[in-house]
Write a protein that binds this ligand. Structure first.
Ligand code: AMP
Length: 222
């Protein structure tokens, strides 16, 4: 059984739950792009422009970028050819205004995946994250580099913490998730959108297997 001609998925989860990682795995498995609102906004924040500067301030504080910018980026992105068969939204919608935008645009949603993780576990995962300027990710406990503080060969660049992964910014991002994003789960459920709740504590591949198993159980396939 097929869900619909297009397969449009949303993935929710608190910081540190591995949303982005799972979105990428699903993307490869089902051949539809994972579209990360955060990554798109980080690209804008890197622009040498007034707009870039403003976006960067919100990102660094862990606050949602206000206004219609994110809605517009996401709307334009799904018009691209590679979204013909569907897409996975990672980090969008994050509040009621963005969800209403999706509904008003008539963008059909087939499935919502919710990764579940306690704030405590999420904070400890994120606090240990380090990255180099090329974006290679490490975790000081679960995935440390060979030489402390430096990326492995051939990169060897110093590792740093993302500015929005400091304790203060993470606290704010979790607050937003619980207060603004989590309530959308019930609203989407009431609208008849199937919701899969997934334990985000196991290893990456185990979580991915569980998601795929549940999709097969509920939809036969995508
Ligand atoms: P993420 O990589 O998904 O954790 O997002 C990183 C940051 O990008 C967030 O803390 C926000 O500052 C911004 N951001 C991500 N998604 C959205 C969104 N849907 N609306 C507004 N700002 C967002």
């Amino acid at each position: 059984m097929k869900i619909s001609k297009q397969h449009n998925l949303l993935i929710f989860g608190p910081q540190g739950s591995g949303k982005g990682t799972q979105a990428e795995i699903l993307s490869k498995k089902f051949g539809i792009p994972a579209i990360s609102a955060g990554a798109a906004l980080r690209r804008i924040a890197d622009e040498d422009s007034e707009r870039g500067k403003k976006v960067k301030e919100y990102l660094n504080k862990g606050e949602l970028v206000p206004g219609d910018l994110t809605n517009e980026i996401m709307r334009e992105r799904i018009l691209e050819d590679d979204c013909e068969k569907g897409f996975i939204f990672d980090g969008f919608p994050r509040n009621e205004k963005q969800m209403n935008f999706i509904l008003k645009q008539g963008i059909p949603i087939d499935l919502l995946i919710v990764l579940q993780l306690s704030d405590e576990d999420g904070v400890s995962r994120i606090a240990g994250r380090r990255t180099c300027a090329n974006g290679h990710p490490y975790h000081i406990k679960s995935d440390p580099p060979k030489i402390e503080g430096f990326c492995d060969d051939p990169c060897k660049l110093p590792l740093f913490q993302r500015e929005d992964e400091t304790a203060e910014a993470i606290k704010e991002r979790l607050r937003i998730y619980h207060e603004e994003t989590e309530p959308l789960i019930e609203t989407l459920r009431e609208r008849g959108i199937l919701t899969l709740e997934i334990d985000a504590r196991p290893k990456i591949q185990e979580i991915a297997n569980e998601i795929q198993k549940k999709i097969l159980e509920t939809h036969g396939s995508l």
